[in-house]
Design a protein around this ligand. Structure first.
Ligand code: DQQ
Length: 589
């Protein structure tokens, strides 16, 4: 979902004409002013206003973003001897995808970052045409090793390893690629232009390493399993870890989570190249047979569970051994045109790192921004027990913040009359949340909701991004496990977010699996960061990240409101909003 409709249209029209390896990012070559990647090298016109604003007013304050140029997937994320490492796909020469290397940044707290020189870049026949995504693994002797996809001289996708040059350097600045690369090349029968993004490796009780590479066979996405005793010679396993009829699987991730009932489940996440969203399953993994069996209720594809129902892709987790938590990184693409990105001189951010764990009911993963981000919280305002009347069109402003364009808002809403919920239209049954929310956006007059926040709102309220809930009565409650009588929909509606026409403004939505009848309450947390609106509903059950470029509600002109367009009154039982400071992003030169 990270690319524009127009771009998608051209993408499918032109993909077949592209001469080299497949990757959706290549779509940017179609823009007339960007006939070749070289055309944009060194041409960032950062002093020219974009959407009438100086580009610095559009940059994020506490999301990870390098000072300039294009970024995409997080790579090789790890915690190593007191330092968090974030590598990421980076174009050192421009603000569109191309010339891809692994840029590198380090942090002690996942908030403030030191930018280092790129760690991995094309140097050899096995990666001459690009250093694409991959992962880090810490070997039992404490040595970290990176496995990444190289695009070789022949345009094939191969997997290479790299080791730190100086293990005593706390930042692991330099990486060495052994001459025996590639360590995994596509065998006959494997699609050599769709064979990439190795996972972190894991070792079975038999001492054998395993990892997964994303690939496809026609329309079938495959998590191909490879095995090795020495991390040097790798062989394909007899069968794949998993596969699904959902097109190319990019950036697979496979990891254990603690099951609430005791024991362990394994999560498999894949990124769908065709649809530009991700989904995950979890289930039983047998270390002896390498069989992975997702839990029966979990689907592959459109009905699958997602980390995020918005602009969030190519994600990767790592185990934070210091804090005994699993941390998730994901890339948020732009919603602006590539031409505007070039004028800004930068494109792409990383979502706030999120702690991820299995929900107490064992039905889905939960996510929450890492606690460290709260160190940036400053001035604080509170609203308690404030009623927003039903009847439609009621709202109030949350005042007192110095920087509502850079803020962290946590709110709990209480629905005062659940009986006013409209029936869930049977025509929506089986439809995804995005379809429902596109039909019933923020301005619809509902029974219970839409209610929630207007963020990045302009003075005259004509620009505003709505993050909200709508609650419907189920007509099939008796058939639903757990007997939940309501459907809770969470949406991000940016259709009024900007006067700028050329932006990609899709409605994003997910259902929130809560029993709202039990408490009448639903919670929302929204991190507002200039062009990022990153929201968590139901204490982390549903997440939606959206990129918006307001033209008036920018900087100190942005305002924050609570609104209610439903028939039922809604009470804000508690709302805490914080001004957020900026992360320190420094360079190491
Ligand atoms: N981005 C990388 C690929 C990966 C894709 C190239 C996912 O390795 O499949 O920049 O966004």
């Amino acid at each position: 979902m990270a690319i524009g409709r127009l771009q998608v249209f051209f993408l499918f029209g032109l993909l077949a004409l592209l001469p080299v390896a497949e990757a959706s990012h290549r779509i940017f070559r179609i823009f007339p002013d960007l006939q070749s990647l070289e055309a944009v090298q060194g041409e960032n016109v950062v002093d020219e206003p974009v959407h009438g604003k100086h580009v610095d007013e559009l940059r994020t304050g506490f999301h990870f973003q390098p000072p300039e140029h294009w970024i995409n997937d997080p790579n090789g994320v790890m915690y190593y001897k007191g330092v968090y490492h974030l590598f990421y796909q980076y174009n050192p020469k421009g603000a569109v995808w191309g010339n891809i290397v692994w840029a590198h940044a380090v942090s002690k707290d996942l908030v403030n970052w030191v930018m280092l020189d790129p760690a991995i870049y094309p140097t050899a026949p096995f990666d001459e045409n690009g250093c694409w995504s991959g992962s880090a693994t810490v070997l039992p002797d404490g040595t970290p090793v990176i496995m990444y996809t190289g695009i070789d001289v022949d345009g094939r996708q191969v997997q290479n390893v790299a080791y730190p040059k100086d293990i005593s350097d706390p930042y692991l600045r330099e990486w060495v690629k052994p001459g025996y690369n590639p360590v995994i090349a596509p065998d006959a029968g494997v699609n050599a232009t769709a064979f990439r993004d190795p996972t972190t490796a894991w070792r079975g009780p038999d001492g054998v390493w395993r990892l997964v590479v994303g690939t496809k066979d026609n329309h079938r996405g495959i998590a191909a399993l490879y095995r090795s005793r020495d991390f040097k010679r790798w062989a394909p396993a007899r069968r794949a870890l998993h596969s699904g009829d959902t097109g190319m699987w990019e950036c697979p991730d496979f990891y254990p989570v603690t099951s609430p009932g005791g024991g362990v489940k394994h999560v498999l996440k894949v990124s769908l190249d065709l649809k530009r969203y991700e989904y995950y399953t979890f289930g039983e993994y047998d270390h002896t047979t390498d069989a992975y069996v997702p839990d029966a209720t979990l689907a592959d594809g459109d009905d699958g569970l997602r980390y995020d129902y918005g602009n969030f892709y190519a994600s990767k987790t790592f185990l934070d051994t210091e804090k005994s938590r699993r941390v998730l990184w994901g890339w948020a693409n732009e919603s602006d045109s590539a031409a505007a990105d070039v004028r800004k001189g930068w494109a792409g951010v990383q979502a706030i790192p999120r702690k991820v764990w299995l929900a107490p009911d064992g039905k889905q993963l939960m996510q929450w921004p890492v606690a460290e981000i709260e160190s940036l919280r400053g001035n604080h305002v509170n609203v308690t027990d404030k009623l927003v009347r039903g009847g439609g069109g009621n709202y109030f402003e949350v005042t007192g913040l110095a920087t509502p364009a850079q803020a962290d808002v946590e709110a709990t809403f209480q629905v005062m009359d659940l009986d006013k919920a409209e029936p869930f239209d049977p025509a929506w049954r089986g439809a995804d949340a995005q379809t429902v929310c596109a039909a019933r956006g923020a301005d619809a007059k509902g029974g219970v909701g839409p209610f929630g926040l207007w963020v990045l709102a302009s003075d005259e309220l004509k620009e505003r991004t709505a993050v909200f809930f709508s609650v419907f009565k189920r007509d099939d409650a008796d058939d639903v496990a757990g007997g939940k009588k309501h459907v809770v929909l969470m949406c991000n509606d940016p259709s009024r977010s900007s006067y700028a026409e050329e932006l990609y403004k899709p409605t994003f939505a997910g259902f929130v699996d809560v029993d709202i009848a039990a408490t009448g309450k639903i919670s929302l947390r929204t991190l507002i960061d200039h062009s990022v609106v990153e929201s968590f509903g139901g204490h982390g059950k549903t997440a939606i990240l959206s990129r918006v470029y307001a033209t008036k509600a920018v900087g100190d002109k942005a305002r924050l409101f609570v609104f209610n367009n439903g028939e039922s009154d809604v009470k804000v039982t508690n709302l805490n909003a914080y001004d957020m400071g900026s992360a320190k992003i420094t360079t190491d030169r």
